[in-house]
Design a protein around this ligand. Structure first.
Ligand code: GDP
Ligand code: GDP
Length: 437
């Protein structure tokens, strides 16, 4: 089931980012050692009545070099392209403005559902003003207050009721979905084209059902089917905002969400940059399979020494991606790109591997014998049982006497034991610790 995307639009200062933070609430997860993931967020998962959706704050896409009217116009354009449902935020404090009307007109050109949120209705008089916003022509306006957290139930009911019903279409297929992500100019679109030439297969473009994404579907010689997910940089249309970092992050995040495996593309010539780490952090946080592709390998002196030092740098800068294989490739010459499909298949299989509980508990017993469980204030961690509860990614539940006694380092140790005993290259593993008497 693909998850619907909801975008917040509206002129500056109406309260979009306040509402964004309110809606994602505590769901904002904090990942240790992963840089830049939670700061300046404009894309996150939220839910209402057990319906998950992704939320975009278009106001967070920095277009400050542009005149105000253009900023607002581009942000609305992004929302119309990326989202299934649009929340159009206005403010009861300032009332209806020309810019609001302008945005309303622009939104009339989309066939996507628009729900009007009248923010800053902190008191009854301001709630009365809500009705003025019927004039925008986008149906019933909903009074909310971002600061007080009121009114969001009705608003979200309306949003959820507008979700497309055919959103499950794209996940019905059994193809291996992958994407190339990375900062601008590392060679993502060159890689897409190189893969297609390499594969010499029939290519068909599938129109995205909800977003106007164009994904590419192909079948490799060995019969496996793949879907290459469209990302920023692949369909450049010369729009102003395509050059902004936030927009490219936004596109990368939506591609990551829709992929089984993401190929994090680095540039051999420029080396690792700060922005690479940010993008890698997003991929890691989404629990997807990961391959690190070092592209433009044709441009560097391919000595064994460089190969080793690059590998060492990657392992040092992306410690949390130690499970990800590294492939040195060139989109220009096609070098080693033939290895990519088989690597994708292997990781896909690893992500879907199920291990019997009896085998898991053999590994657990050996692990505990080798490295006794930690103690705290005279109490020792007892591990009763380990079982796999899900695939894609492989997810395990470990039952213990006291969660507090399970240290991060011991979790890491168990994960490593699992990795050594079973083949999980390229995929993160999830370990859930539960207490049992
Ligand atoms: P954005 O530019 O649309 O993202 O707006 P912000 O979320 O940054 O909010 C702009 C200002 O409005 C901030 O000072 C917020 O504290 C304030 N604000 C947001 N929601 C409310 C609200 O419900 N009531 C009041 N009184 N102020 C709000
Ligand atoms: P994107 O922004 O990540 O999609 O990057 P592009 O695919 O547009 O590539 C950026 C530039 O790098 C272009 O000029 C490409 O021709 C060049 N490029 C991409 N891959 C390679 C490669 O493997 N070798 C060389 N020499 N140049 C490459």
């Amino acid at each position: 089931m693909s998850i619907p995307v909801v975008a917040l639009v509206g002129r500056p200062n109406v309260g979009k980012s306040t509402i964004f933070n309110r809606l994602i609430g505590e769901r904002l997860s904090i990942v240790e050692d992963v840089p830049g993931v939670t700061r300046d967020r404009i894309y996150a998962t939220a839910s209402w009545l057990n319906r998950e959706f992704r939320l975009i704050d278009t106001g967070g896409i920095d277009l400050s070099d542009e005149p105000l009217m253009n900023q607002v116009r581009y942000q609305a354009e992004i929302a119309m392209e990326e989202a299934d449902v649009i929340i159009f935020v206005v403010s009861a404090r300032e009332g209806l403005t020309d810019i609001d009307e302008n945005i309303a007109n622009q939104l009339h050109r989309t066939h996507k559902p628009v729900v009007v949120a009248v923010n800053k209705t902190d008191n009854p008089e301001q709630r009365m003003q809500t009705y003025d916003f019927y004039a925008l022509g986008h149906g019933e306006p909903f009074a909310v207050s971002g600061s007080h957290g009121t009114g969001f139930g009705d608003l979200l009911d309306a949003v959820v009721a507008s979700f497309p019903s055919d959103a499950s279409h794209e996940d019905d297929d059994k193809t291996i979905k992958f994407s190339f992500i990375g900062r601008p100019n590392v060679g993502k679109s060159s890689l897409v084209n190189a893969i297609l030439n390499e594969q010499r297969v029939i290519v068909s473009n599938i129109e995205g059902t909800t977003r106007e994404a164009v994904d590419t579907y192909f079948t490799a010689a060995d019969g496996h089917s793949f879907t290459m997910i469209d990302t920023a940089g692949i369909r450049k249309r010369g729009k102003v905002y395509e050059k902004t970092e936030k927009y490219s992050v936004l596109r990368a995040m939506s591609a990551i969400e829709r992929s089984d495996i993401v190929c994090l593309v680095l540039d051999a010539e420029t080396g690792i940059r700060e922005q690479d780490k940010k993008v890698a952090g997003y991929a890691y946080e989404a629990n997807k399979g990961i391959i690190i592709l070092v592209n433009k390998w044709d441009l560097v002196d391919k000595s064994d020494k460089l190969f080793e030092s690059f590998t060492k740098d990657i392992r040092k800068e992306f410690q949390y991606l130690s499970f990800a294989p590294i492939l040195f490739v060139s989109a220009e010459t096609g070098q080693r790109l033939n290895k990519l499909p088989e690597m994708l298949v292997t990781i896909y299989e690893n992500r879907h591997r199920r291990i019997q509980s009896s085998l898991l508990n053999d590994v657990l017993m050996d692990a505990v014998a080798m490295n006794p469980t930690p103690t705290d204030k005279g109490r020792r961690l007892k591990i009763f049982y380990l079982t796999q509860v899900a695939v894609n990614p492989p997810t395990f539940v470990v039952f213990v006497n006291d969660k507090e006694l399970m240290h991060f380092s011991y979790e890491r140790f168990l994960e490593n034991q699992l990795r050594q005993s079973f083949y999980f290259e390229g995929t993160p593993l999830r370990l859930i610790v539960r207490e049992r008497e």
